[in-house]
Design a protein around this ligand. Sequence first.
Ligand SMILES: C[S@@+](CC[C@H](N)C(=O)[O-])C[C@H]1O[C@@H](n2cnc3c(N)ncnc32)[C@H](O)[C@@H]1O
Length: 312
Amino acid sequence: MKFAENLESIETLLLLNVDFKKDDLIFEKIKKYITLNKGSHLMFSQENSGQYLNFLTRRLNNLYRVQLDETHLNEQTEEICSLISEFTAIGGGKYPKTLTWPFRSETDIYIQEDNYSESGLGWQTWIASYAMASLMDEEIFDVRDKKVITLGCGTGLCGIAAARFGAKRVTLTDNSEKCLLRAKKNIKLNNVTCATTKFLDWDLYASKKFFDSFEDHEVDFEVILAADCCYEMKMAFTIPFVILNIFKKTTSKNPIAYITIQVRGELFTEVETLEKNLKNLSLQVEKKVIGYTPGRLFGNATFTFLKIWCGS
Ligand SMILES: C[S@@+](CC[C@H](N)C(=O)[O-])C[C@H]1O[C@@H](n2cnc3c(N)ncnc32)[C@H](O)[C@@H]1O
């Protein structure tokens, strides 16, 4: 992985993992790594500086007092990526690793995860997909006998859960080949025969290529599931069009989309914009905030849960 990509990865991880900022264990481990592995003084060369790097450097220095060594930036940033993903992924540990996700209906789903440097943001199973899966488990909404597509499937939990909870057919999509490969392995691991994977890139929503991976007869989705798919402002603009395009193209009547997004302070504007843009496309939107109640398995996180459909 290139230095710039590594920096981007670290920055995203820092932004997304709010708790990480307070986690001394991670900080100590990174610091120890840097100290042991050469760096003592931070001296970025002129060509590497610039706003972005300064921002990151300040963050790393202020928050973690990490010292990078300019002669080993590539190796160091890659290692930091792995360390951050190791410590911030649920459970931590070596990669690939398998986690068991329990459900009220006593269904266990097994998900193997890569590390961040392997699979980008889909490397871990985000809690929003566990929330989505739990809502199916709790029968808050129903996918039984439905044809389902999941957007930005990552490791695949949400789609595999849909298959487990009775969907007729599930298509897990992502624009990351690494994620699709991992999702495919997880489908196999859970032995859900009605689930498959396909490439789908939200950024192509306005292009003829958008449905390229699908045969016409395969676009008959009744339910769209999107867990944690609005963490950048541009997604608040693309996801509504992605949903609208699928609604327009599907041969099924009355398709419905469900979105879960963990409530994170720093994403407030993105989620508000997403909701506004969905409505601007004349889509019907019902919004709920769901949180922990006794008996729920997804801990004390809070989620925005959107139900989206056409017409009145
Ligand atoms: C935060 S992860 C969520 C993964 C999964 N839904 C979950 O909750 O565990 C976002 C996912 O969206 C995918 N993604 C990001 N941009 C995308 C795009 N333009 N088109 C399709 N998928 C995209 C990433 O590869 C990643 O798997």
